[in-house]
Design a binder for this molecule. Structure first.
Ligand code: 0X9
Ligand code: ZN
Length: 307
């Protein structure tokens, strides 16, 4: 399978990440950001062109069936390493990158082998004497205003928040990794699909907004305009409850709420608007990735130019 014309399996993504370490030796280092219930690694890379930069983290695949997100995150990583475009080079070399294409590896594998529409992790929960249901929603399980709206206590629900915050080894271990880089962390981007949105924290009930909400809105809207320039794709920008729905325990809410020094925190909901939904055809991988990179580059340029 070709890297950006087909969706990749977890093994293919991991093999590709491993290949970067020798191809870009001295710049790319593999990192294990955490582990999964079934014993897989949450594999990522640390990309560092020079010492002294602030850090930025990018995650994809927290929801298993959102296959366009590992694909787009790998594209962004590939461009940071190989592009000769001066604007991309400037942003790439302005940060220390922590990039994790698939942070729910068990779910991603299950969505390839067994159930294409799988969303959650894969830890079993005993519901009663006869029934088990599998997995928690790893975007409802983070420990910031956990279970304060838009999350379910039923293990059989697709938005099951887990039986406590960080009940899932995936979110627990990755959050511990984030704690180790947090003091230097400047930007955190989380990739989902679908709906074509750029979302700002926070998602829980009570309409808390970040201290720099206006800055996030301005940067988000300018990035949205950049994204549209390439293929005309229309995105909306807003805080989670207004732009989509109340949803607590998401990764960006924990990062923005617990690590207040992180200046830019966004969730992208990539293509499309529902025609194909999660089953986005592979011929849209490249255009989706290109327009998304345009938005990402714009965000960093704005942050560094005007603030
Ligand atoms: O419900 C979600 O987790 C996201 N939408 S999706 O269709 N990809 O499942 C929205 C995430 C909102 N973000 C936070 N609550 N942090
Ligand atoms: Zn999602």
């Amino acid at each position: 399978r070709e890297l950006f014309s087909d969706y990749q399996t977890l093994d293919e993504i991991h093999d590709w990440l491993k290949s970067l370490e020798s191809k870009y030796s001295g710049i790319v280092k593999l990192i294990v950001g955490g582990e999964s219930y079934e014993g897989r690694q949450i594999l990522g890379v640390h990309v560092s062109f020079k010492p002294g930069n602030k850090a930025a983290m990018i995650e994809g695949g927290i929801h298993a069936r959102e296959w366009i997100t590992p694909a787009t995150v790998t594209y962004i990583l590939d461009q940071f390493l190989s592009s000769t475009d001066p604007a991309i080079r400037a942003v790439a070399e302005s940060r220390d990158w922590y990039i994790f294409p698939s942070i729910n590896p068990d779910g991603y594998v299950y969505s390839h082998t067994t159930n294409r529409m799988w969303r959650k992790t894969r830890k079993p929960y005993q519901v009663n004497a006869w029934t088990k249901c599998y997995g928690a929603d790893s975007n409802r399980n983070w420990d910031y205003h956990w279970m304060e709206g838009g999350a379910s206590a039923n293990p059989c629900s697709d938005t099951f928040a887990g039986d406590k915050a960080f009940s899932e080894i995936e979110t627990k271990s990755l959050s511990e990794f984030i704690n180790t880089i947090a003091s230097n962390l400047d930007v955190y981007l989380s990739f989902h699909s679908y709906s074509q949105l750029i979302l700002l924290p926070f998602g829980h009930r009570g309409h808390e907004v970040p201290e720099n909400n206006e800055q996030l809105l301005t940067i988000g809207k300018n990035a949205r305009d950049k994204l549209r320039e390439r293929y005309g794709t229309e995105y909306e920008v807003g805080n989670i409850p207004e732009a989509i729905y109340v949803a607590s325990g998401g990764s960006i809410d924990w990062v923005a709420g617990v690590h207040r020094n992180v200046r830019l925190v966004y969730t992208f909901e990539l293509r499309d608007l529902g025609r194909y939904g999660f089953l986005l055809p592979p011929d849209q991988i490249l255009p989706t990735s290109e327009e998304t990179l345009d938005a990402v580059i714009s965000m960093f340029q704005q942050l560094d130019d005007t603030f």
